[in-house]
Design a protein around this ligand. Structure first.
Ligand SMILES: Cc1cc2nc3c(=O)[nH]c(=O)nc-3n(C[C@H](O)[C@H](O)[C@H](O)COP(=O)(O)OP(=O)(O)OC[C@H]3O[C@@H](n4cnc5c(N)ncnc54)[C@H](O)[C@@H]3O)c2cc1C
Length: 346
C-alpha cells in the first residue's frame, strides 16, 4: 500500500503525513482552509496576533518531546510561557487559587501557535503534497479501479481525486461522521462510523479584543496574564501580549465555557460579543472599550468524551481516523494519535 489520502492538515493530519512520507508512502493531504494548523490557527491583526484556538501546549509524552527536538528548526519556534501562574477566578473575578496544580511547563510557538504545524507541513508544501482550499465531501470507490478509493470534493462539481490505496480522516469526529455518512455504503456501514457515536465534542465562542490605547492608561487590568474562571460564561482568559516575542499592544483572548457556548450557539455575533465583553470586564476590571474586537465560533473545539484509543484503522477497508478526540482534548493528543496511526501502517 503506497498512496494515502489524508483529510485535514491539523496537528494529527500533518504528523501522520510526515511519518508516512518518511516511511516511503506517497501522501496527499487535503485541507479545506487556506493554511494548515486547524484548531492551532492564529488570527493576524494590525495590532498583533491572537491564538484563536489552542493557547499553549504541554509536553508529557517522550515521543512528542523527541519530535519537537528532532525536527530541524522546531526548537527555534518554541518558547516557554509563564502561564504556570494561571489563576482560578470566581464569577466576580476573585482569585480562588493562585495557581493551578500540577505545575508543568507551558509552551507557545512563534510568531503564533499556528507556526508549529505550518513548519512541520513545509516538506509537504514543497513537494506539492498539501492541497489547500480543498474540502472533501465523501469517499467513493475509484471509478477506474474498484480496489482503490477516490475523494469527491465539495463545491467543485464532478471533481475527484482518485487512485488512493488508503484514506485517513484527521478531522474532528462530528465532521468525520458527516463525511462517512456521505460516502459509499461500504464506508457508511463500517464499524468506524459507528464508533464515532461514542465521541462527544463541544463548541467554544472565542472573543479577541485589543486595547490600542493601553500604553496611555496608567493601569489596565489585572496583574496576572492568564486565568481559568469558574463563571458560567467564561472558562479561560489570557493576555496575548504576555506571550514571548509578540506585539506589546494589550490584547486578550477570552474563551466562553462549553456549556455557555452550547446554550448560545445560534445567537447573533453582536449579542455574544456584548455578553462576553461584560463578563470580561467583571473578571478583569478592564471596562475600557476595545479598539478592535474579533469573534470566532469553534463548532467542535473540545473533546468532552474521547474514543479512548489512539487511532482507528480498518485493514479491510484501508480507511482510518486520527485526531485529538481519540485520546483527549490537547495538541499533544492530536500528535500522538496521528503518529500512532501512521506507525501502525509502516
Ligand atoms: C478554542 C480552543 C482552545 C484550545 N486550547 C488548547 C490549549 O490551550 N492547549 C492544548 O493543548 N490544546 C488546546 N486546544 C485543542 C487543540 O487545538 C487540538 O487538540 C488540536 O489542535 C487538534 O488537532 P487535530 O489535528 O486533531 O484537529 P484539527 O486541528 O481540528 O485539524 C483538522 C483539520 O481538518 C480540516 N478539515 C475538516 N474537515 C475537512 C474536510 N471535509 N476536508 C478537508 N479538510 C477538512 C480543518 O480545517 C482542520 O484544519 C484548543 C482548541 C480550541 C478550539
Amino acid at each position: 500500500m503506497k498512496k494515502i489520502a489524508i483529510i485535514g492538515a491539523g496537528m494529527a493530519g500533518i504528523t501522520a503525513a510526515r511519518t508516512l512520507k518518511q516511511a516511503g508512502f506517497h501522501v496527499s493531504v487535503f485541507e479545506k482552509s487556506l493554511h494548515s494548523s486547524g484548531r492551532m490557527s492564529a488570527l493576524s491583526s494590525p495590532l498583533g496576533s491572537f491564538d484563536q484556538g489552542a493557547q499553549y501546549f504541554t509536553v508529557r509524552d517522550p515521543r512528542f518531546l523527541q519530535a519537537l527536538r528532532d525536527v530541524p528548526g522546531t526548537m527555534d519556534l518554541i518558547r516557554a510561557w509563564s502561564a504556570t501562574a494561571v489563576r482560578v477566578l470566581d464569577a466576580r473575578g476573585q482569585v480562588l487559587k493562585a495557581s493551578n496544580p500540577p505545575q508543568e511547563p507551558h509552551f507557545v510557538a512563534q510568531p503564533s501557535m499556528g507556526a508549529l504545524v505550518e513548519h512541520w507541513a513545509q516538506p509537504l508544501v514543497l513537494d506539492h503534497q498539501l492541497f489547500f482550499n480543498t474540502q472533501v465531501h465523501s469517499i467513493q470507490t475509484d471509478q477506474n479501479n474498484p480496489k482503490l478509493w477516490q475523494l469527491r470534493l465539495e463545491n467543485q462539481v464532478g471533481s475527484v481525486q482518485a487512485g488512493f490505496d488508503g484514506v485517513i480522516l484527521a478531522i474532528p469526529a462530528p465532521q468525520a461522521k458527516r463525511l462517512m455518512e456521505n460516502s459509499t455504503s461500504k464506508v457508511f456501514d463500517s464499524g468506524l462510523l459507528k464508533s464515532l457515536n461514542n465521541v462527544k465534542m463541544g463548541p467554544c465562542w472565542t472573543l479577541m479584543a485589543a486595547f490600542a490605547q493601553a500604553p496611555q492608561l496608567a493601569y489596565l487590568g489585572p496583574q496576572w496574564n492568564a486565568a481559568k474562571s469558574t463563571s458560567h460564561r467564561i472558562a479561560w482568559l489570557c493576555r496575548e501580549s504576555s506571550k514571548p516575542l509578540r506585539s506589546h499592544v494589550e490584547r486578550w483572548t477570552i474563551q466562553a465555557s462549553t456549556e455557555w457556548s452550547e446554550e448560545h450557539l445560534e445567537d447573533d455575533h453582536e449579542r455574544i460579543q456584548a455578553k462576553l465583553l461584560k463578563a470580561f470586564a467583571e473578571l478583569t476590571g478592564i471596562y475600557a472599550q476595545p479598539t478592535q474586537v474579533n469573534l470566532k465560533l469553534w463548532q467542535y473545539a473540545k473533546t468532552l468524551k474521547p474514543l479512548g484509543i489512539s487511532h482507528q484503522w480498518d485493514s479491510t477497508l484501508k480507511i482510518g481516523t486520527c485526531g485529538d478526540w481519540h485520546l483527549g482534548h490537547r495538541v499533544e493528543n492530536a500528535f500522538l494519535s496521528g503518529l500512532s496511526l501512521a506507525l501502525s501502517l509502516v
